[in-house]
Design a protein around this ligand. Sequence first.
Ligand code: HMG
Ligand code: MG
Length: 301
Amino acid sequence: MGRFPDFVQIKEVGPRDGLQNEKKWISTEDKVTWIDMLSESGVREIEYTSFVSPKMIPALSDSRKVGKQIKRNPKVMYSALVPNRKGLEYALEAEIDGASIFMSASESHNLKNINKTIDATFPVLHDVVREAKNADKRVTGYISTVFACPYEGPISPEQVLKVCDKLLESGVDDLSLGDTIGTAVPTQVELLLEELLKRYPKEKLILHFHDTRGMAIANIMTAMHYGINRFDSTVGGLGGCPYAPGAAGNVATNDVLYLLHGLGINTGIKEKKIQDAGEYIQRKLEKTLPSRSLAYLANAQ
Ligand code: HMG
Ligand code: MG
């Protein structure tokens, strides 16, 4: 266990993981306004949409329009979720900077989410990685259900390592490990990281915590002791995977920033801008988002 990193890089995944699970349709114009607000927050990467089947994720079916309309801040990397060649084709047309491919460590979640077995997924993703690298794009490989699967229960680190090895062999630049249903406690994070860090440098790893049981902040603290300095989060704690029953939103960017800045760790992100973006999307969704920091500051005004 080491000291904290000086800088932590947050990837804002609200426009993708956050909105994909919402029943209320957010218009293209409102999505673009919101993403433009996030672009001015100091965040270095925004996962702004998904190029997936619109039947599976209707909330993001306007991804091609969104990609054309957002104002690009040259300091921000704009990435998007891509499941296959068709998705990559659309994503390249939309001039993404980075492609996020995705699969699960568990067979059942992989089947529900992308309609393929784990073995049948690798060739599809290898092809996407090769094409994305040919187009000079950064590629992140998401692995879901790294601690537990909503259908199979606990997942062993060995299962996760197998998928990590294959994705890294295919040429992804880094891996984002998803606690899809938010079950992990810090000792499980330690166990997995100890295995992963025997094989891969910490720079290759990003952690992606859903906050179903309020453990995400404790898990982030634990991961930082291992030198991990990249985390995914969503404004207000929006989010969830429609194919992972019971999963709550991601850890809230607002709460992560309160923690990191309080610890004296630099993120480059302005909390006020994230607060404004949180209040904006909360109004558009007509619901209260789970972030405690968002609620506290909204009520303090
Ligand atoms: P499939 O049905 O096996 O695919 O779905 P298919 O190739 O047979 O195509 C079926 C139809 O979809 C066809 O249209 C295709 O053209 C169309 P039809 O002929 O029926 O009209 N299609 C597409 N349309 C637009 N863009 C595409 C695309 N591909 C096919 N890219 C597929 C396979 C992977 C496409 C589907 O299962 C899918 O889109 N899944 C995505 C599900 C998803 O987005 N889940 C949430 C994201 S993952 C997540 O949240 C976890 C994460 O946050 C980490 C964590 O928390 O753990 C990343
Ligand atoms: Mg997720």
